[in-house]
Design a protein around this ligand. Sequence first.
Ligand code: GLN
Length: 448
Amino acid sequence: LDHIAKADVQVHAFLELTADAAMQAAQRVDNAIAAGTFDQLGPLAGVPVAFKDNMNLVGTHTTCSSHMLENYVSPYTATCVQRIIDAGGLPLGKLNMDEFAFGSTTESSAFGPTHNPWDLGRVPGGSSGGSAAAVAAGMACVTLGSDTGGSIRQPASFCGIVGVKPTYGMVSRYGVVAFGSSLDQVGPFARSVEDAAAAMDALCGHDPLDCTSQDVKADFRAACQQGIEGMRVGIVRSFMDAKGLSPEVRERVNEAAAKLEAAGATIVEVDLPHIDAAISAYYVLGPCEAFSNLARFDSVRYGYCEEGHKDLGGQYEASRAHGFGEEAKRRIMLGSYLLSAGVYEQYYYPAQQVRTLITQDYRNAYGQCDVILAPTAPATAFKFGEIADPATMYLSDVFTISINIAGNGGMSVPCGLGAQSGMPIGVQLIAPQFKDENMFRAAMALEA
Ligand code: GLN
């Protein structure tokens, strides 16, 4: 807590601290040590943890970094948060993010951006930038983020830590404010692969409160000990040849492939023929789902309400005009347009067809390999304001988005610093659906 008080003045990862709850949880761990029952506590006993601010924790604000929810206090706790606390985590508080998770830099937070601890003049990535920066700056050992198109993996890469987006359905979304319900998945950030595995062991498992939650549970800590002898690692040629991929990132991915080969894996080339359409499909499907989900923030049921208007229409309009920031408005307008009669048939429907094709592409590729190795992001962390145009920003998700579209597991593992930029670079491991252990096994070999 002392370290946060000092370091977070510059980094600005935290939006709210729950120091009392953390101290009480620490006391329970102390008591267990004194009573000789520490071994009965969960895999995160005594580990300082914190949560992205789109996750409910009873009694705390859950703002989604938006003025719309600035004064909203959680009446209940999200399943993912509860599981981390039940596993023994010491809850430190809530973390900054792009507003409603729209973005790749944390610059769209209504409460000011988070800074990259490696270079305060650069972004930590986003949308879970606060969650990544908190771990990178040593303010928490495990944090949770959410990933709809890359929001865990890209900030993990930018901040030099491990970030995991599990297969869709592995972690409950109950109590997490929805962005794109068919794409959103919660996952951990940590400094090491094994720490992330311990968090995954606590997080995964069926939740009757989320109808997409699956009854699958893997032992990720055990998977970390398995090695990769005989594992087939796929490389996607079109990813490696992508125009926007910076040479220093390509270099690190090639190095990672060599490292996996040296540890007993075989490298195979795989093809994802429809992958070029992933960004377009995502920026149709994502805004459509966001538009539907954000309709609940109407100033009546939730959040900011501007009173004094003649009629309800005026109240809705003024509250939403002032409650939402620019990027949230852009997504809402895009979604409402794309779902309107006549336009739906031209965009939403074909985007769903593309989604099926991309999902099949991955299934076919996994006939030849057990895990795919790819870049996480095209380049290292950018400077504040460097990318001002939203369409260019959207392109930076090119290596992460298709994994959410197909529902696979993906994780980013730090692989050293860029030769030119001197900033951290992560490589991505992509697993077949519900075979997330595979990416942990490969991640361990990369970390070694
Ligand atoms: N950058 C992507 C977007 O803005 C992904 C965000 C996310 O995963 N939440 O939609």
